[in-house]
Design a protein around this ligand. Sequence first.
Ligand code: BG6
Length: 497
Amino acid sequence: MLTNDTVFKKGFLWGGATAANQIEGAYDVDGKGLSTADMIRFVPKDERTGYSMDVKADYIEDVLNNKVNDRFPKRTAIDFYHRYKEDIALFAEMGFKTLRISINWARIFPNGDDVNPNEAGLQFYDNLFDEMLKYGIEPLVTLSHYETPLELTRKYNGWYSRKLIGFYTRYAETVFTRYKNKVKYWLTFNEINVITHSPYTGGGILVENVPNQSAEQIAYQGAHHQFVASAFATKLAHEIIPDVKVGCMLARMTTYPVTNHPDDILLAQHKNDLNLFFTDVQVRGEYPKVMERYFKENNIQVVKEVGDDEIIKQYPVDFISFSYYMSLSVTTQSEEENVLGNMIAGSVKNPHLQTSDWGWQIDPKGLRYTLQDFHNRYGKPLFIVENGLGAHDKVEEDGSIHDPYRVDYLRQHIEQMKEAVKDGVDLMGYTAWGPIDLISVSTNEMSKRYGFIYVNQDDEGNGTLERSKKDSFYWYKQVIQTNGEDLSSTTKVKVSQ
Ligand code: BG6
């Protein structure tokens, strides 16, 4: 192979990224407690008014009292809990160097505030890591990916409460100690900035339970608690695990000005500042001045305790990881707002970009820009831990699945990664989102598919759960084999007519 001569460094971590609540299922098995993700019901597309991520306090009580008759797709997901051996074997066949998973906190501490961990939950992840390591797949583990033990939400209102710092630290210490010889790469919070867009998803917070405070105020308070918790986890990881690397994780929403009007330039800069606030804190170890002013002018008071600023300063992350799916565009020059976008942010349409079936604006060059921008701002190693195309796939009569659109999307993004690396960006790895079809976060659908591996299940939860390889499976295998040098279609890819 071309390993001495490749753009990506030797040991580049190619792989895929998943989250426990979107793949595992088995929501009440082996002592697992309920988590916030188990409460998100399926809403058919024509009845949906927005994204199906937020849940209200009353609804949770109704669910627990069996007063509703809804379906909760993440409770069963794709049953990875029982099928992980088959799935890991398929990832190994593609040549994965790493697999990003998350630990479901409620498997380890069913109520979140328990004193002792649940051994069956710990054993599951032991088995999972052993299975990965058997194939030389390095685990990359997120401690908290869009789920909080439900009891922490009901009793304390999730991350709005400072108490969560202690519970999370206990959880982190438990899993660091248990897996110290198996897991070297850790991420503290998935897309930590999402707490300001969906406090329930990002922080297990029910905003209606905090009277007289704006949702923004509540969310930034929760974020502060997560910053402190993340710093404590980073400290502990370095004390417990030899050669550990701890990363933050941001949903990077690179935002462009629509025109060169100075007001547009400033608006785009402001949006980027809001987004990069989270990495500013976790990488530089302090709140940026620009946000202090923003808080003041928007009547946001983040309550800090003595020592918080110090711990954040002392324990910044070792690397920056982020998700990148699209870019956004903003303007002060028209009324046109929120035309497109996702759960995270509104954006006006960029006429130079195509959009996915779900309206996300596809912008590979934006990834190059984003990488360079991160590099210039922080000079730290970068890791793309989510990128991919959610699309409808069709199974042919012979069972094959031709997904050239997915190959195109990924190829174009990897090409731009190469350009950034040539420009000096220090890139550790790339994990494509959803290497196997899984349950969507924003819509709870199965039909929004990202995988190289197809899973036989529809939006209503019907199907055999059987796994099969898409054309992109063979393509990604070749990409990994050549360390990203050969991005062309493989002979095994059957291009649809
Ligand atoms: C990221 C999340 O926001 O985007 C993932 O970290 C999520 O959990 C992914 O699945 C894609 O979003 P969606 O809504 O298409 O599932």
